[in-house]
Ligand binder design. Structure first.
Ligand code: GCO
Ligand code: MG
Length: 402
């Protein structure tokens, strides 16, 4: 019988920091999993290296479900981003190995195709409306069916989601940068530019917008109402979701669809949102909810309540995460959309994937497992480079949700 022989935690920064788990079995098969937690990478590295990894040596890699329960329940301490990201790295690598053993792509193990491709949305942003419109035009010309729009807010030096003349990358400082936020300025400006996007480009594509937890429930309700005429695909994270019932208030006021989940780490964190139909899209992702084994469970719960999926796919999730997400998206009946920002060339030097993009749809290559190769020689050229996400302060200097 083939057993787990080696657990490696690989850290590299080709464009940005990524943590990758590589499991090797006694008959020489390897599996990869993404375990990147932006700005907190080394906490996950230590959790796997010092706690989970040693317990896996000599175990049967075929028993994915049992190993998931073992890692989750074996800690006694429950949930949380560090734990669930560490479990995800291992779980994803186990699915990769199972695919290689079977000689099948992972989506076949999950039930086979439900669709021919996975609709994605890229990020269009601009410090000004003119820059934003140029980016939207560029994406529509490239054949994307959906675009997320974020614009700088007059009077604020920085706005969430806006790249400054290049790729958007919020993790920046050696310590967290401080940004100033005004919900009043945002509420005044954002509905106006979103309306202009529709006036200029029409309704023939899906338009998305991320609020990034910045509003209170009643402000979010006002925002949702103000953009109803834009027929948005969704507004994302209108208010923080620790308080799941607060979405009831937003719901009572607006028909704008709501998407939540990128920072949440388990089915219990989205349970009320789903079973009370307080959201329309669940944005949990492979890397932060304990891998494919647990994400599948969330998606199945969502299906019962007509909630669709829209997984987080920012480029601080590695190409291994993207590959795993696309395999699951291909098979999930209640799939909605997948976030996709693409990667800079350095990232592609380390992670080789057969993922293809055509007419706004992603697909995987017909290779066994996840279909991702990790290039060790390239990876060592990009050493770990600690960076932090920013914090936000209100105009009076007090801390706000970033
Ligand atoms: C998104 C997200 C990201 C996060 C980032 C934090 O919708 O893509 O909000 O951009 O801010 O993943 O690490
Ligand atoms: Mg977001």
């Amino acid at each position: 019988m083939s057993l787990i022989d080696r657990v490696e935690v690989l850290v590299t920064a080709p464009g940005r920091n990524f943590v990758t788990v590589r499991l090797t079995t006694s008959d020489g098969l390897t599996g990869l999993g993404d375990a990147t937690l932006n700005g907190r990478e080394l906490a996950v590295v230590a959790y796997i290296r010092d706690h989970l990894g040693p317990a896996l040596i000599g175990k049967d890699p075929a028993r994915i479900e049992d190993l998931w329960q073992y890692l989750f329940k074996g800690a006694y301490w429950r949930r949380g981003p560090v734990t669930m990201t560490a479990i995800a790295g291992i779980d994803t690598a186990l699915w990769d190995i199972k695919g290689k053993v079977a000689g099948l792509p992972v989506y076949q193990l999950l039930g086979g195709r439900s669709r021919s491709g996975v609709m994605v949305y890229p990020h269009a942003s601009g410090e000004t409306e003119a820059e934003l419109f140029d980016e939207i035009e560029r994406y529509l010309d490239q054949g994307y069916r959906a675009v997320r729009a974020q614009c700088g807010v007059p009077g604020l030096e920085t706005a969430y989601g806006v790249g400054h003349g290049g790729r958007y990358e919020p993790a920046n400082g050696k310590l967290p940068a401080e940004e100033i936020w005004s919900s009043e300025a945002y509420l005044d400006f954002a509905p106006r530019y979103l309306r202009k996007v529709r006036e200029r480009f029409g309704f023939g594509f899906h338009l998305l917008h991320d609020v990034h937890n910045r509003l209170s429930p009643i402000e979010a309700a006002r925002f949702g109402k103000a953009v109803e005429e834009c027929a948005l695909f969704w507004i994302e994270d209108p208010t923080p979701a620790e308080n799941q019932e607060s979405f009831r208030l937003i719901r009572q006021h607006t028909t704008t669809p709501l998407a939540v989940g990128e920072t949440l780490t388990s089915i219990w964190d989205v349970r009320q949102l789903i079973v009370e139909q307080l959201i329309d899209y669940v944005r949990t992702t492979v890397t932060h909810v304990g891998g494919l084994t647990h994400l599948r469970r969330i998606f199945d719960l969502a299906a019962l309540y007509q909630v669709r999926t829209g997984s987080h796919g920012a480029s601080d999730l590695s190409p291994v995460s993207l590959a795993a997400a696309v395999h699951l998206d291909l098979t999930t009946p209640n799939f909605g959309i997948q976030e996709y920002m693409g990667y800079p060339p350095e990232t592609d030097e380390v992670f080789h994937t057969g993922i293809s993009l055509r007419d706004g749809y992603l697909d995987v290559a017909e290779e066994p497992g996840l279909g991702v190769e990790y290039d060790d020689a390239a990876a060592v050229r990009f050493p770990y480079n600690p960076k932090y996400l920013p914090v936000a302060r209100r105009l009076d200097g007090s801390i706000h949700d970033w």
